[in-house]
Design a protein around this ligand. Sequence first.
Ligand code: 6PG
Length: 476
Amino acid sequence: SSADIGVTGMGVMGRNLARNLARHEHRVAIHNRTASKTEDVMDQFGDEGTFVPSESLEDFVSSLTPPRVAIVMVQAGAATDAVIDDLADLLDEGDIIVDAGNALFTDTRRREAALKERGLHFVGCGVSGGEEGALWGPSIMPGGSADSYKRLGPMLESISAHVDGEPCCTHVGEDGAGHFVKMVHNGIEYADMQVIGEAYDLLRRGLGLTPAEISEIFAEWNKGDLDSYLMEVSTEVLRQVDAETGKPLVDIIVDQAGQKGTGMWTVQTALDLAVPVTGIGEATFARGLSSAVVQRDAAADFEGIADEWNIADRDAFIEDVRQALYASKIIAYSQGFNEIQAAATEYGWDISLADMARIWRDGCIIRARFLGDVTKAYDKNPELPLLLADEYFYNAVKTALPHWRRVVSLAALHGVPAPVFSSSLSYYDGVRADRLPAALIQGQRDYFGAHTYKRVDKEGTFHTLWATEERGEVES
Ligand code: 6PG
C-alpha cells in the first residue's frame, strides 16, 4: 500500500483529476475497468508524478494507504452504483469513497446512508471546471462527513483553483450537500448562458449587428461587472468563422440546445422545496423549446413581429441590454442561493452561502468577478433572505431597472423571446409587491374547494359559504 489516494475511471475527467493530484505530489493509484485505458495514461502522462496503476479493483484497493481514499469518476447512475458496490466490498471501516461525478443528491444521500451502515464514508463531491479545470484547478464541492473531510480535504484543496491563496474547495455540508450545491451551480450556469444568449439575440435583431460585432461588445462588457468565464467563452464562439462556408460559426450550428439533466434537476428540486427559481427554470425550458422540433415546425409560420425595429440611439440600446443582462443575472443567483438555503433547512445542512460564492470565484464554469461581490454580501450578512436585499446588489438592480424595463418591453413589442430577462423582471416586481393577486387565488380555491383563507385583519382560518344565499363567513 503506497498510494495516498486513488482514482477509478480513466475517462478524461478521471485521468485529469489523477494527473492534477500527481502534479501536486500525491501518489495516485489509478484504475479503469478496461485496463488498456490505464496503460494509455501511464504511457502518456506516467512521468508527470507518482502513479500506481492497477489492472484489477482488488489491486487498486490494496495499493491505497489506509484509511483509503478512492475517487470514483465514472458515468452517473447505474455505472456509479456498480463501482461503489464493488469498492465497498473491498474496503475497510473508516475508508472513504468519493463520487466526483454529477450525481443526483438524493442518490448521494441514499448511498451515503447505506455505506455509513457498513462503516464507510461516502463523499458526494461536485467538481466544476470541465476537463481543463480538472487538470489545472477546478472548483470542488465535497459533501459527506466532516470527519472524512479531515483526510480528504487537504488533498482536494491542494488541487483546486485558488483565489488570493484561498482554495476553491471547502466542506460544503453533510451527505448530499456537495452534489446539491454542484447541481445548483449547474442550474445557475444554464441561466448565465441563457441571459448571454438573450443579450446576443436582442443586439443582433435590434441593431442588425454581426456576431463578430457582438463579440466585440461582449469583450467590452467582460471588462466590467459582467467579467466572467462564460462571457469570455461567448466572445470566442461569436467571433469564430466557419472554415467551410466562411460564415459565422454560430450561424452554422443547429439551434437546438442539449442538456445532460443537471439544470432540470435544479428546477425539479426547487419545485419540491417551493423555491421559485424562475431564471434557471426559464433557461432550462428555453433549451427544451429550442429542441422541440415538431412544435417549432408546426409554429414556423405563426404571426410574429408587431413593430419594425428602429433604434435611434445605438449605444443607449447596447447599455440597456447590458443592464438587463446584469439585473437578470443577479436575480438568477439570488434565486439559486435561495434554493441552497431552503435545502440546508430541509436536510439539516450547515452550508455557508458566503463559502459557496467564495469557492465559485475561480475554477468553475460560472467563475466571475461577480462572485467576489456575492461573497462579500453573504460575509456581511450570512442571514440575507435574498441576495437582492444586499445593498450593493439592490443598488445595481435599481440602476438597471429603467434599462431592463425598456429592453423587456421592446423585446415583447418586436417579437423577440427573452424568457429569462422578462421572467426575472416579473420576479422582481412580484417579490417587491405590496399586494399580490394571490388573494384572488385563495378566494377561487375557497370557492370551488373550500380550501379556506386567512384574513389580513384577524387571526384564524376562514371559509365563505359560497353556495348559500347569504354567503356568510365561518371560521374553520
Ligand atoms: C462544470 C459543468 C459540467 C458540464 C455540464 C454541462 O461545472 O464543469 O457544469 O458539469 O459541462 O454537464 O451540462 P449540460 O450538458 O446539461 O449543458
